[in-house]
Design a protein. Structure first.
Length: 184
């Protein structure tokens, strides 16, 4: 079956998130914005789709099941360092934001983010020096969350190794990581 000129002109976007409903809703919204959207609900499928159909754009969830979307960012950049990637997460932390940018993502958004915000982030080329600076320091709970994320990143996402480094039981660390982070 031959592709039409309009289908050929559409930029390919890889969307990887374990929430299937979210993926389908976002896919429809992105298709209305002239993207060809490929969906994966796990890291391995995301890698397979990217290897078969190299995307120009990608929207990757930070936490895909119990896997890290950071691994997928690294793989996508190794396949094509021109791929424009937005990391999307409901579990935002300073550490994961910094790491995603270091690995090659162009932007980091917290959920809920709509299709317009995602498209804007995908096409954003420069930082914003007008972003406001908080007047108050982070709360103790937020600092704990940030520290747990940092130690987890230092141990390549290995919860058992991070728990040992924190002198904490593995299940306790898992419970703390499964909670949504405190806002500030």
């Amino acid at each position: 079956m031959a592709m039409t000129a309009q289908e050929i002109d559409k930029p390919r976007l890889l969307l990887v998130d374990d929430d299937e409903v979210f993926c389908n809703v976002l896919k429809a919204a992105l298709q209305k914005r002239n993207f060809e959207v490929l969906i994966a609900n796990d890291v391995n499928t995301g890698i397979e789709l990217a290897e078969l159909n190299l995307p120009e754009y990608a929207v990757i969830d930070l936490r895909i099941g119990h896997e890290s979307g950071l691994e997928l960012v690294k793989k996508l950049i190794s396949l094509d360092d021109n791929t424009r990637i937005v990391m999307l997460t409901g579990f935002a932390s300073i550490v994961t934001a910094v790491e995603s940018i270091k690995l090659g993502a162009v932007h980091y958004l917290t959920k809920p983010a709509n299709a317009d915000e995602i498209v804007t982030a995908l096409n954003k080329n420069e930082g914003d020096s007008t972003v406001g600076i908080s007047e108050s320091p982070l709360s103790i709970k937020r600092l704990e969350w940030e520290h747990l994320q940092k130690v987890l990143m230092q141990h390549d996402g290995n919860i058992s190794a991070a728990a040992r480094a924190l002198n904490m039981h593995r299940r306790t660390l898992q419970r703390k990581l499964d909670k949504k982070p405190v806002r500030e």
